[in-house]
Design a protein around this ligand. Structure first.
Ligand code: ADP
Ligand code: ADP
Ligand code: ZN
Length: 215
């Protein structure tokens, strides 16, 4: 199962990807997560990416395509993968096709999560992320059992630097300009499936599982 989760910031890509990992045992490939790890470790790539990420802009295609190309070659992707947050531009989508062709593989499905803008802002401002394992929670919609403590690893929950209102507005703008056209791109090549992302987390998961069952 080679899939892409598409959707604006806060749509629920990371939340659903984490559940699919549990269901299918295939890895979640989150470019945002990999970039944040590089920033934390102050690698040369992380140092370059930080300013883009802090302002809500996209990191250059070349950098993210490089990350994904390397990641897809690892053994754990051989039975499938869930791309979360990549591709985000048309050139990235073309590059992904090329990388997969090179590996003798192709995408099976692109699942697009549809959520209205007001809800996205509410989701992002209330999002809390585990400092240690990166699992996501929401102060109202998906609260941890103990306030500010990760259910999975006991780590501290923190608010991402880019989940502040100003940066969120930029990220929405960037999404509409650069990423939204991917819906048409994948609709035209027959891979796009849309899901009502406004539904509860469980219901969205059910919709995705139904789609995967059917293909
Ligand atoms: P993305 O990876 O697309 O940016 P996340 O999966 O991190 O989005 O979700 C953003 C926030 O919204 C998180 O705090 C998450 O707990 C919450 N969330 C995710 N899916 C839903 C849903 N279906 N209903 C309500 N809140 C949700
Ligand atoms: P969200 O799911 O909330 O939008 P991500 O964790 O996917 O956030 O991404 C955080 C930031 O990392 C983005 O705002 C962008 O700066 C950078 N980033 C992640 N994925 C990509 C990508 N495919 N192309 C360019 N930049 C990316
Ligand atoms: Zn954790």
């Amino acid at each position: 199962m080679n899939m892409v989760l598409l959707g604006p910031p806060g749509a629920g890509k990371g939340t659903q990807a984490a559940r699919l990992v549990e269901n299918f045992g295939i890895p979640q490939i989150s470019t945002g997560e990999m970039l944040r790890a590089a920033v934390r470790e102050s690698t040369p790539m992380g140092l370059r990416a930080k300013a883009f990420m802090d302002s809500g802009a996209l990191v250059t295609d070349e950098v993210v395509v490089g990350i994904v190309r390397e990641r897809l070659q690892l053994e754990d992707c051989s039975n499938g993968f869930i791309l979360d947050g990549f591709p985000r531009t048309l050139p990235q989508a073309d590059s992904l096709t090329g990388v997969l062709v090179g590996l003798g593989r192709k995408l099976d499905v692109v699942v697009s999560l549809q959520v209205d803008t007001d809800s996205l802002v509410e989701r992002l401002t209330g999002r809390r992320t585990c400092r240690d394992c990166s699992l996501g929670f929401h102060i109202r919609f998906d609260p941890p059992a103990v306030a500010n403590v990760c259910n999975s690893c006991g780590g501290e929950l923190v608010q991402r630097e880019d989940d502040k209102e100003d940066t969120i507005r930029n990220r929405m703008e960037v999404y509409h300009m650069q990423t939204a056209p991917l819906e048409d791109y994948y609709r035209k090549n027959g891979l796009l499936k849309t899901v009502d992302g406004m539904a509860s987390i469980d219901s969205v998961q059910g919709q995705i599982l139904d789609i995967l069952q059917a293909i």
